[in-house]
Design a protein around this ligand. Structure first.
Ligand SMILES: *Cc1c(COP(=O)(O)O)cnc(C)c1O
Length: 367
């Protein structure tokens, strides 16, 4: 049972996720798309997202076997790729049984695949390090590794993949460099290709290849510096309510450490959300917040369970009035910028204490 007493909740708009998935596929047509729903769907609820997309998604991508099994146990039968493959050779038996696809990003994983005895051919996404320098086979090792996999009777389809380090910088030459390194490492192999994350999909059409891997754009945010004309819809509204309002005089401080001191007669509102819910403790004075749909600003340090807002320009605001932390009025990008982080971290940092309410016009309220 979800308690309805504390007003804090994250509303997840499943129709927006479906719209954003279709926009990604439309941009990259005819490429197929793995909806990236690792880390509980970037905090949006992976099972509910997968159920909302199951009829149309070409597949899903997650970070580990546990995340994949949660989907399988919820009745999701679409392909599921493990983006980092397995962490231990014993996991290949689970991959086999659950019919997962696996990345193979290093020699150790390659040996584990070759030594395994699966009941059906394993589908491998062979990953090349084209310049991210985190995981992936060296470009000059790729063709030989591919030859060993391809010769293995219990290996099925092979996809060549790589990942970008700077695709969110449309002017930067590094992405073109990575594309060139990737093609050189492939040495003419006629493998299906998968390179593009959201930034690649939006800014680098030459990277679309056979499989795209949209993540953040599914949730309605573009990772690029400028708004993209494609029209993404924010999938999460993080909302709470005012629980207190008071009037302070010039010189009076607000909250821990007295970080904010009133310069004028100030009406201060308190909203029920804090850093224990995942609201960033580093949010600075001036971070945008919406009360009754109108923009105002955070003042004073974020506490564990509460934040303080400037209501001086909103004299009618009362306890119980709705507060939007991010969603359609306030972009999570803005809050991230004011907190020296990125929206990815805000979304994945939403804590268990925040109930998720999944909405869909086609299915009613799902949970
Ligand atoms: C997380 C991830 C993605 C999705 O990235 P976005 O920037 O959220 O679109 C794509 N590919 C890989 C390998 C990833 O780990």
């Amino acid at each position: 049972m979800k308690s309805l007493a504390r007003p804090l909740r994250a509303r997840i708009h499943l129709d927006a996720v479906r719209h954003n998935y279709r926009q990604a596929k439309h941009l990259a047509s005819p490429a197929r798309a793995l909806a990236v729903i690792k880390a509980n769907g970037y905090g949006h609820g992976a099972v509910a997202l997968a159920q909302a997309l199951t009829d149309e998604a070409d597949g899903f991508a997650v970070a580990c076997v546990d995340e994949a099994l949660e989907l399988r146990e919820s009745g999701i039968h679409n392909p599921i790729l493990l983006l980092e493959g397995v962490f231990h050779p014993d996991e290949i038996a689970v991959v086999d049984q659950a019919g997962l696809w696996m990345a193979v990003h290093c020699r150790e994983q390659l040996e584990w695949v070759l030594a395994s005895r699966p009941s059906r051919p394993l589908i491998c996404w062979l990953k090349m390090d084209s310049g991210m320098h985190r995981v992936g086979l060296a470009p000059d090792d790729f063709a030989a590794s591919h030859a060993r996999l391809a010769a293995c009777p219990h290996v099925g389809k092979i996809v060549a993949m790589s990942h970008f380090a700077r695709a969110d910088e449309p002017e930067h030459p590094y992405t073109a460099h990575q594309i060139a390194v990737f093609e050189q490492g492939l040495a003419g192999l006629a493998l299906p290709r998968s390179l593009a994350n959201s930034a690649g999909i939006l800014a680098w059409p030459q990277t679309h290849g056979d499989w795209i891997r949209p993540g953040i754009m599914l949730y309605g945010l573009s990772p690029l510096p400028d708004a993209h004309p494609v029209g993404l819809q924010p999938a999460m509204t993080l909302e709470s309510a005012l629980i207190s309002v008071r009037d302070l005089q010039p010189g009076e401080p607000v909250g821990y450490g007295g970080r904010f001191v009133c310069e004028r007669p100030t009406r201060v509102g308190v909203a029920a959300i804090g850093y224990a819910d995942g609201y960033p403790r580093h949010a600075c004075d001036g971070t945008p917040v919406a009360v009754n749909g109108q923009r105002t600003r955070l003042i004073g340090r974020v506490s564990m369970d509460m934040i303080t807002l400037d209501l001086t320009e909103l004299p009618d605001a009362r306890p119980g009035d709705p507060v939007e932390l991010w969603g359609t009025t306030i972009s999570a990008h803005e809050v991230a910028e004011s907190s020296d982080t990125i929206a990815y971290q805000l979304f994945t940092g939403i804590s268990r204490r925040v109930p998720l309410f999944h909405h869909s016009l086609t299915n009613g309220v799902a949970s």
